[in-house]
Write a protein that binds this ligand. Structure first.
Ligand code: SF4
Length: 162
């Protein structure tokens, strides 16, 4: 039996292929009943289509890289509203592979310039730590499951969820 406390969690995805989201959903096959007693899923579109509300989030799991000004502003807002941020997967931790265009040669960069400017993309694609403070990182492409469990255990202990 737990102590009745729950970790308020949200899951946000920026530019990426969302494979770490799939890994998380697969993990629920083994942990759903245990985790639903320990976590309150606040903003979690992959698990629910209604009542996604970020309010009161303790931990924001953030997947993907930051490619647009709009995403940059959204990430800053998430930082302000969350007690902890966890970078999920390589794209969030390092930018790559979503940030491939950063290393395009000059002629390829010129070719994509019109799209970059037209859709409000940033000059470079960024890992989330370039924009906000990150408390925990779960690298891997997709995320390393063992490292996710380790980060979650630390967070549950930090927020005294048993
Ligand atoms: S880190 Fe890999 S699996 Fe995760 S979003 Fe990026 S490309 Fe996809």
């Amino acid at each position: 039996m737990g102590n009745g406390k729950k970790l308020a969690v949200s899951w946000i995805t920026f530019s990426c292929c969302e494979d770490s989201t799939i890994v998380f959903v697969e993990m629920l096959n083994d942990h759903f009943f245990e985790w639903k007693e320990k976590m309150d899923f606040k903003y979690f579109p992959v698990l629910k289509s209604k009542n996604n509300d970020f309010t009161g989030t303790d931990v924001a799991f953030v997947e993907g890289a930051i490619a647009t000004k709009e995403d940059e502003d959204r990430l800053k807002d998430i930082r302000e509203k969350s007690k902890r941020i966890v970078a999920i997967g390589s794209c969030a931790c390092t930018g790559l592979p979503s940030a491939q265009r950063n290393s395009f040669d000059e002629s390829t960069k010129r070719e994509i310039m019109m799209i970059v400017e037209r859709f409000g993309h940033l000059e470079k694609v960024h890992p989330i730590k370039d924009i906000v403070k990150v408390d925990y990182s779960v690298p891997g492409c997709p995320m390393d499951e063992k490292m996710f469990y380790a980060a979650l255990d630390k967070l549950l202990a930090e927020f005294d969820v048993k």
